[in-house]
Design a protein around this ligand. Sequence first.
Ligand SMILES: NC(=O)c1ccc[n+]([C@@H]2O[C@H](COP(=O)([O-])OP(=O)(O)OC[C@H]3O[C@@H](n4cnc5c(N)ncnc54)[C@H](O)[C@@H]3O)[C@@H](O)[C@H]2O)c1
Length: 317
Amino acid sequence: MIGSNMAQTAAMLRLTPNVCLYDPYPVGLEGVAEEIRHCGFEGLNLTFTSDIKEALTDAKYIVSSGGAPRKDGMTREDLLKGNAEIAAELGRNIKAYCPDVKQVVIIFNPADITGLVTLIHSGIHPSRLTTLAALDSTRLQSELAKHFGIRQSQVENARTYGGHGEAMAVFSSVVKIDGVPLDELKGTDKLSMEEWTALKKRVTQGGANIIKLRGRSSFQSPAYVSMLMIAAAMGDKVFTWPAGCFVNIKGLENVVMGMETIIDKDGVHYAQEINGSEEDVEALKNSYNHLVKMRDEVIAMGIIPAVEEWGSLNPNL
Ligand SMILES: NC(=O)c1ccc[n+]([C@@H]2O[C@H](COP(=O)([O-])OP(=O)(O)OC[C@H]3O[C@@H](n4cnc5c(N)ncnc54)[C@H](O)[C@@H]3O)[C@@H](O)[C@H]2O)c1
C-alpha cells in the first residue's frame, strides 16, 4: 500500500513527470497503474513493470517499500531474514543497473538493517542512501501535541534517533512545547514522569497502534514523508525530520540509524554529534547496541560479510 500512495504523492507534489512502478507481482501493480491513470494527472508519464532491469536502468531516484509488512503482534525485527534477503538483491540490482543513482530511500523493515544491506551490496556512496526513520519523530510530535492540547506545529524539534525499532531513543531534552523546554515540564503537574513514560511507549509503539486501529501497517505517512525526502534530494525543499543514514563515528560505528541530517542534491549529510541530555544520549547508546546485535545476526546469516570485508562489495565503505 505504501508504493501506490508514494506514486500518487509524487504526482501530487509534481516531483517529476516520470514515475516507474515496480513489483514482482504484476496483477496488483497493473491495478495501481490503472487507478493512478484514472486520476488524470497532467503531464504524468507513469509506467510499470515486473522486470527489475527495466525498472532500474538509469534510475535517478529510487524509493523501495518492497518487502513484507508487519501483522498484528509482530515486531519489525520479525521481518529480519526475509526482508534482508530482498535488500541484498535490491543492492545487487542497483549495482548492475543504476550505479549512478542520486538517492535511494529504503522504507521496508527493519529499515535500519535493510538500508545497510542495500548499501553494502549496491556499492554506492553512503551519502546516496537514506532510510525512512522520521515517523518516530512525527509520532512524538503528535503525542506531545495531543497531551498538551496544542497544534502539532507548536511542538518544536520533536526528535527520535538511533534505530527505527521499539528500542529507538526518544529525546526529550531538545523538544520545546509552545516555546518551553520539554524537560522543564517533565515531572510537573503538566507532564508527570508516569505520563512521560506512557507517552514514550505510545511513540515507540506508534506503528503497532496503527496496525491495531486499521488492521494493517501504516501507509499514508510513510508514502508522504519519503516523498519529502526525495524532494529534498532533488534540491527543492528542506527536509526537517531526522533520516536514517550510514553512520561511522566514534561510539556509533558501521550502522545505519536515524540521525540529525541534511538532505540535498549531494545526498545525505549527518551531524557529527547528537546533542542531548545524559539520559537521552544513554538511550541512544542502548538503541545503537540493539542495532549492532541485529547487524551481527545478518552477518551470521551470511547475507552481508563481516564488517572488515564490506569494502570488497562497496569500496565507499
Ligand atoms: N520505515 C517506516 O517508517 C515504515 C512505515 C510503515 C511500513 N514500513 C514497511 O514498509 C514495507 C511495505 O509495507 P506495505 O504496507 O506497503 O506492504 P504491502 O504488503 O502492502 O506491499 C509490499 C509490496 O512489496 C512487494 N514485494 C515483495 N517482494 C518484493 C521485492 N523483492 N521487490 C519489490 N517489491 C516486492 C509485494 O508484492 C507488495 O506489493 C513493510 O516492510 C513495512 O514494514 C516501514
